[in-house]
Design a protein around this ligand. Sequence first.
Ligand code: IMP
Length: 192
Amino acid sequence: MGRVTNNTELPAFPAEGDIGSILLTEEQIQTRVSELGRELASKYAGETPLFVAVMKGSVIFVADLLKAYPGPVQFDVMIVSSYGDALETSGVVKIVKDLDTPAAGRHVVLVEDIVDTGLTMKYLLDHFEKQGAASVSVCSLTVREGRVAEPAVDHIGFEIPHDFVIGYGLDAAQLYRNLPYIGVFTGTLEDH
Ligand code: IMP
């Protein structure tokens, strides 16, 4: 039991040619996430905010952010899809799973992996406002450089260039979410 293969060599991972460069190392990410945790805790001192993670891309970020948050906090997930399995946005945001915890009267912190066009964020901000949230702020690990500043991202981990990136929750065709760093994807989806 537990033995999958007789091969002693591990398969090459990431596959050769899939990562052009490492944009954010594991250490850079961990340092910044700790800072964001403390920043949010001092902002919400005396409150119990509701962190809402947008799946699946925020899965690793929100886990680390919650651990870095020294205070009472609740957590819920939403599943939205906007990209399908392609690298281009479809322009359509669809709620696949809504909150279990009502947002009414709550201080909601929307936890995002990346704000690219901002379409997903805008859609969700409207959604929480319609539900009567007491306040909504956005904490995104990454945002695209030079994006239109509206709606504002209140807490930003890193500004990143326009390359397609993978790792630390971000995927290419559902792969590479498990990388502990963020790298530039230089592969082709047909390979996977
Ligand atoms: P937006 O609605 O254009 O801001 O895009 C939001 C979603 O697009 C993110 O939550 C990601 O799932 C996806 N996305 C945008 N850029 C990238 C990227 O470079 N790598 C992986 N996913 C991305």
